[in-house]
Write a protein that binds this ligand. Structure first.
Ligand code: SF4
Length: 316
């Protein structure tokens, strides 16, 4: 691990101001992904700004009946919160399907959103990887690609986003709240947090330099049945091959997002309009732009069937 300087921020303003003065700084909270990446020298921040002391660890109601989840709320606490289990059960289920109990105790809401891909080649510094080192190539294209994305891929990168939590948040229509170095607060749809890989897969999100996620805003609950199915190679402590977050109403309208298939949670409101016609037309539309490799073409069928399973349970 390379040497770095360390600072415990005592306020959000201090944190973003420090980030503005240290171009190679990183915020750290749970550190469950960042520390691994630093040990491998994939991430080499010169300055770490510890934000654990900031007052972003609460879950509070919003004025319009939604919920404001502080960026530092631990995954365990979010999954167990009474209002989340009652009104946003898909989120609680997705959180509990992710990682391990120990990791969920440390991992934060913002860190979960910003965790980096688990593409094995990204973590193997002997392999070419455009995301880790731009311009070196992509070992996954033509390599082992069973776990990789099938939608939104490019000729530079086919990595998938590993989060379960983000998939449920996308189905719920969540927004992200941030603070930048000028003290400006910005709120935008979670879908707009992530950048498609294109020719620049090392650029993964739309946050400005030094911009800090302060909260995730969940809209007013919509009721319905909340389902999260995660299909993976072993029963626990594994990333999704495919996951489905679904919120389905009695008239079979609803919201559906997929995990494990793209660089971000994959949702298409136009496809959801087909939900009352059944899972087949909806899934076909949602996966219409899939460009799988020979090794992960099975994900198309797997996603269709997992959506079908979720909707069957919703209508039972
Ligand atoms: Fe790197 Fe992306 Fe290729 Fe994986 S898929 S090796 S992360 S460029």
């Amino acid at each position: 691990m390379r040497s770095f300087t360390y600072q415990r921020a005592t306020s959000a303003t201090e944190a973003v101001s420090s980030a503005a003065h240290h171009p190679d700084a990183k915020f750290i909270a749970g550190g469950t992904n960042l520390l691994d990446l630093m040990k491998l020298e994939i991430e080499t921040p010169q300055h770490l700004i510890d934000v654990n002391g900031l007052a972003f660890d609460t879950i509070t109601p919003t004025s319009d009946g939604g919920l404001r989840v502080g960026a530092l709320v631990r995954n365990t606490d979010l999954a167990a919160a009474t209002e989340v289990r009652r009104d946003y059960a898909v989120l609680s289920k997705a959180l509990l399907a992710g990682a391990s109990g120990q990791l969920r105790n440390k991992a934060t809401t913002a860190g979960n959103l910003l965790q980096r891909t688990r593409c094995a080649y990204f973590y193997d510094t002997n392999q070419p990887c455009n995301k880790r080192r731009p311009g070196t190539g992509c070992a996954a294209i033509g390599g082992v690609s069973r776990q990789q994305a099938i939608i939104g891929v490019s000729s530079s990168c086919i990595a998938s986003h590993p989060s379960d939590m983000a998939v449920a948040m996308r189905a719920l229509g969540a927004s992200v709240e941030t603070l930048n170095a000028n003290g400006q607060v910005r709120t935008f749809a979670l879908d707009n947090l992530y950048l498609a890989p294109g020719d620049t897969p090392h650029l993964e999100n739309t946050l400005l330099p030094g911009e800090l996620i302060t909260a995730v805003i969940l809209p007013k609950p919509v009721g319905g049945k909340h389902i999260y199915y995660k299909v993976r190679d072993r029963a626990s402590y594994a990333f999704a091959l495919v996951s489905v977050a679904a919120i389905v109403q009695p008239d079979m309208t609803g919201q559906v997002a997929l995990g494990g298939v793209a660089y971000k949670p994959w949702r298409n409101e136009m496809a959801e309009a087909l939900l009352p016609q059944g899972s087949g037309p909806m899934a076909a539309r949602l996966l219409a732009d899939a460009q799988p490799t020979a090794q992960n073409a099975f994900k198309v069928k797997l996603a269709q069937r997992t959506i079908g399973l979720a909707l069957a349970q919703a209508s039972s």
